[in-house]
Design a protein around this ligand. Structure first.
Ligand code: ADP
Length: 239
């Protein structure tokens, strides 16, 4: 049973279908990058994976013990730049709420988990700082720690490096690679940055309403569509 399986999935807004007949599946420990132009349906798909938007047709199923409310989600950066009057520790700890809905008290296990994740991501020294005072890169680390508190098997990241400078972006990608490699947590990342996507991901879903390509990164590099978008070597028969 795959970790996520999308079968003939169509999703739309008020009668207009924006994702059509989509099929793909990922397994435990995979690293999937979802690429595609603006408006190709990436964020819509993310909403349905999170259970925030129902599908019109087809179905999305989860395996390997994963429940939809146990996905570690890191939203688009624009959504998280608000003046958020909470400490780093509180933000990270709030990831524990995801898996069981609202709960006014945190357990000692929740607190241990939050400290562990802050240590893992090298942000323990920031724990008492106010989230809104942090740099963009620090905020993303905090939100990543929060997402890790919410899951044991899947991180879902929507354009996580938007607005970050190249060095911080590189460090963020490195962190995601390390988490994926060391903990076996699967990663699904929506990305504009197709060049970096093929460096890190094991699988690529190239979305344009439906899957223009889904498969391993290696096959994507060799495919017609992959070579076109990567601006790679042409063999004279293409396009
Ligand atoms: P991407 O994330 O790839 O940029 P989106 O999933 O945001 O693409 O958008 C896919 C299509 O759905 C676009 O044509 C967009 O205009 C439309 N769309 C997105 N959100 C809504 C909404 N809330 N209501 C109506 N149409 C929407």
């Amino acid at each position: 049973m795959p970790l996520i399986k999308c079968e003939n999935v169509s999703i739309g807004y008020e009668g207009q279908t924006v994702v059509k007949d989509l099929n793909f599946a990922i397994e435990k420990g995979d690293y999937l990058c979802i690429v595609g132009e603006n408006g190709s349906g990436k964020s819509t798909l993310v909403k349905s994976l999170l259970g925030l938007k129902s599908v019109e047709k087809g179905r999305i199923t989860f395996g390997d013990g994963l429940r939809q409310n146990e996905i570690g989600y890191l939203p688009q950066q624009n959504d998280t730049q608000k003046d958020f009057p909470a400490s780093v520790y509180e933000v990270v700890l709030s990831g524990r709420l995801n898996s069981r809905g609202f709960h006014p008290f945190y357990t000692s296990g929740d607190k241990r988990e939050a400290v562990e994740k802050m240590e893992l991501l090298g942000i323990r020294d920031l724990e008492r700082q106010c989230f809104r005072d942090l740099s963009g890169g620090q905020k993303q680390r905090v939100l990543l720690a929060r997402a890790l508190c919410a899951t044991k098997s899947l991180l879902l990241l929507d354009e996580p490096v938007t607005g970050l400078d190249p060095i911080v972006t590189g460090e963020f990608y490195q962190l995601i690679r390390r988490i994926n490699r060391d903990s076996g947590i699967a990663v699904v990342m929506v990305s504009h940055d197709i060049e970096s996507a093929v460096e890190d991901a094991t699988h690529i879903l190239h979305l344009q309403e439906t899957a223009l390509f889904f498969g391993t990164t290696e096959d994507y590099r060799r495919s017609r569509i992959g070579r076109k978008f990567l601006g790679g070597v042409h063999d004279g028969n293409d396009f």
